[in-house]
Design a protein around this ligand. Structure first.
Ligand code: NAD
Length: 373
């Protein structure tokens, strides 16, 4: 997950939050929303998911300019029936809409023991682990299925070579009484789209065979997705014709397909379709209050026992220890809080350009400390 390019420069997370918040404030968000977007994006960098961090800023600003995403929006309740609700995000920023949707699910799960919240037409929801962590901080187990109706359609179904599904992440969080939650949070494709963007920007290369050309050739060249673009453009043109491959062959492809149905069809947000030019995330969140199951006296001890058992497995060559879901993110948080977030030159340049285009010379200088451009 770590980005270790020679041209990367580590910048303190607090400075990044301030700089990114200033960009969104200049772009038209109010103060609270600007700070919220900055907090979630920088948190993605802190957890090691640079793909969902501030590399997204130029694209988000471009989306705001073109009306693909809207500032100062709130969830609209389409249907509310006890433990179940259906919400429309009105194309508001996912950082705002996602937080509101999860907190409504939390309220309902507290009352009913369980809640099922469908969210459609949200702006990009970013790192889905954020939502599992938010529910876990409130003491709830949560499961999130996500799809992208339209622009994010990049993944070939098992057996195919053309894009039919999005990278469709799933998130599952379990709170732990004495420590950080256990959080599984991953795309159902071999790589998330943002990881292709990171590779294109000089970051961590893609794993061999992560992509498939139309003729079935496997490749790891990010240009196969983006064509001739170098990734600094804020646009969403992906002129390459390759597709990202689903994780886990037919099984991952099947899970991704089910994400389309649960997050896309059930919420009314829609499954992948050709020719859809904007990006919406749809999410089905299921939350469970452990105390309503009456098993909590066994639950935590059993999880602790099982963790010990899992960790006791003989290590495979090249592995120092067995990590639990969410642990790599915790380790990276500790390192990057202490040492800063490493940003490759191309990423810094594109952020500096965005800041300059909004008349923020001082903010641009945060990303270009060498003073060029
Ligand atoms: P990834 O491949 O890094 O997998 C992350 C998951 O695997 C985490 O739960 C992590 O704790 C666990 N993990 C990683 N290394 C581990 C190890 N050595 N041992 C045990 N567990 C380990 O993530 P990804 O699939 O590239 O996804 C990156 C991010 O992209 C996620 O935050 C996801 O939510 C986000 N995403 C968002 C969208 C969207 O539309 N909003 C779409 C796709 C992905």
């Amino acid at each position: 997950m770590n980005v270790t390019q020679d041209d990367a420069l580590a910048i303190d997370a607090g400075r990044l939050r301030e700089a990114v918040a200033a960009i969104f404030a200049a772009a038209g968000c109010d103060e609270a929303e600007s700070a919220r977007i900055a907090r979630y994006l920088v948190e993605a960098n802190l957890t090691g998911h640079d793909s969902h961090g501030i590399i997204r800023v130029p694209r988000y600003v471009h989306w705001l300019d073109t009306g693909t995403v809207r500032a100062r929006r709130s969830i609209r309740i389409v249907m509310d029936a006890g433990a179940i609700a259906l919400l429309d995000g009105d194309h508001g920023f996912g950082q705002t809409i996602g937080e509101q949707a999860v907190m409504l699910g939390v309220e309902k799960a507290r009352e009913f023991g369980v809640s099922v919240v469908g969210l459609r037409n949200s702006g990009h929801l970013g790192r889905i682990g954020d939502w599992a962590e938010l529910a876990a901080a409130e003491g709830l187990i949560s499961i999130h299925f996500v799809n992208t109706s339209g622009l994010g359609m990049l993944v070939a179904p098992y057996g195919g070579t053309e894009r039919r599904m999005s990278t469709n992440p799933i998130g599952i969080g379990v709170p732990m009484p004495d420590g950080p939650p256990l959080v599984l949070d991953c795309a159902t494709s071999i790589v998330a789209e943002g990881k292709v963007l990171v590779a294109l920007n000089g970051g961590k290369p893609l794993p061999e065979g992560a992509l498939i050309e139309r003729d079935g050739t496997l490749t790891a060249d990010p240009g196969a997705i983006y064509g001739s673009l170098d990734g600094t453009q804020p646009h969403d043109q992906r002129t390459g014709s390759a597709a990202v491959r689903a994780m886990g062959e037919h099984k991952g492809s099947g899970i991704s397909f089910m994400c389309e149905l649960l997050a896309g069809a059930l919420t009314g947000g829609g499954c992948g379709k050709a020719g859809h030019k904007t990006l919406e995330n749809n999410m089905l969140s299921i939350m469970l209050a452990p105390e309503h199951f009456g098993t909590e006296t066994q639950l935590w001890p059993e999880i602790d026992r099982y963790i010990e058992f899992v960790r006791s497995a003989r290590k495979a060559p090249g592995h120092d220890r067995i990590r639990l879901p969410g642990e790599p993110e915790e380790e990276m948080r500790a390192e990057r809080r202490a040492n800063g977030v490493p940003l490759p030159r191309k990423v810094r340049s594109s952020l500096a350009l965005t800041a300059k285009s909004l008349g923020l010379a001082e903010v641009a200088a945060v990303f270009r400390p060498e003073g060029r451009g």
